[in-house]
Design a protein around this ligand. Structure first.
Ligand code: ADP
Ligand code: ADP
Length: 232
């Protein structure tokens, strides 16, 4: 199992008030799966994703990613662990207008002393899949939201991490761009990328092969997608 979330509970304590964001979460993601976590605002989706992304720690329970208990990673190794194991796609793209799209994709690698030649080679490989060949020399402010999200996806998978995490990746897009981005996720998944996506959109979730529904910090329902329909 690539991702194993066991008995995860999260209580936020701020100025005397306690909020239980996650009561008890148990689920796993196998290599090659495309899993969506669906729930309304406030159901605990971001909290769960932040914990899986190692940005936050659970109050109880464990998260294993690729065999590593993420609570046991040393502070000075956490950035490297994230780089090697995880790709992130956000709702608001998180691309920097001051850099070209290509530099946005490669810059995190430059900063981490990665083999840039290898990254350039990999970019040539993924650019056609993402349809961004003609966008690389442009700047984020020159392209549409959907195109910016493609650039962000390129940045997330340039190191070929085992798990791609997406937090409401179509939340800032119109329905046509949303469908294109979701179609891309589906294509990446077909090419064997494991994806975990958080969303409140049933349209987005319908692209996943499995959907977990969370409410009040627990998984209360799980759906497996039927075989190919012509919708997605
Ligand atoms: P979702 O992403 O599904 O909207 P969240 O994980 O953001 O849900 O929030 C779950 C619950 O935890 C909400 O009640 C929210 O207000 C609370 N919460 C989230 N983050 C924090 C925080 N840093 N401090 C205190 N409460 C938080
Ligand atoms: P979304 O549901 O769109 O992901 P939210 O508005 O729930 O976004 O949360 C945005 C950020 O603020 C998250 O990182 C979350 O952890 C944090 N957050 C949410 N609720 C609270 C809260 N009550 N107190 C402090 N931080 C919070």
């Amino acid at each position: 199992m690539l991702l194993d979330v066991k008995n995860v509970k999260k209580v936020y304590k701020t100025r005397g008030t306690q909020t239980t964001a996650l009561q008890q979460i148990d689920f796993g993601v196998n290599e090659g799966e495309f899993v969506a976590i669906m729930g309304e605002s406030g159901s605990g989706k971001s909290t769960l994703l932040n914990i899986i992304a190692t940005f936050d720690q659970p109050s109880q329970g464990t998260v294993h990613l690729n065999g590593t208990n993420t609570a046991k990673i040393k502070k000075n190794k956490i950035a490297q662990f994230r780089r090697e194991q995880l790709g992130f796609v956000f709702q608001d793209f998180n691309v920097l207008d001051t850099f070209s799209n290509k530099d946005n994709i490669l810059l995190p690698m430059v900063l981490s002393n990665a083999d840039i030649k290898e990254m350039e080679r990999r970019l040539q490989e993924i650019a056609p899949i993402l349809g961004i060949q003609n966008l690389l020399e442009k700047y984020p402010y020159e392209i549409s939201g959907g195109q910016r999200q493609r650039v962000a996806i390129a940045r997330a998978i340039i190191t070929n991490p085992p798990l791609l995490l997406a937090d409401e990746p179509t939340g800032a897009l119109d329905s046509k761009s949303s469908e294109q981005i979701l179609g891309l996720f589906k294509e990446l998944n077909r090419l064997n990328k494991t994806i975990l996506m958080v969303t409140h959109s049933i349209q987005a979730a319908s692209y996943a092969s499995r959907v977990l529904f969370i409410k009040d910090g627990v998984v209360y329902h799980e759906l497996y997608r039927g075989e190919e329909s012509n919708q997605a």
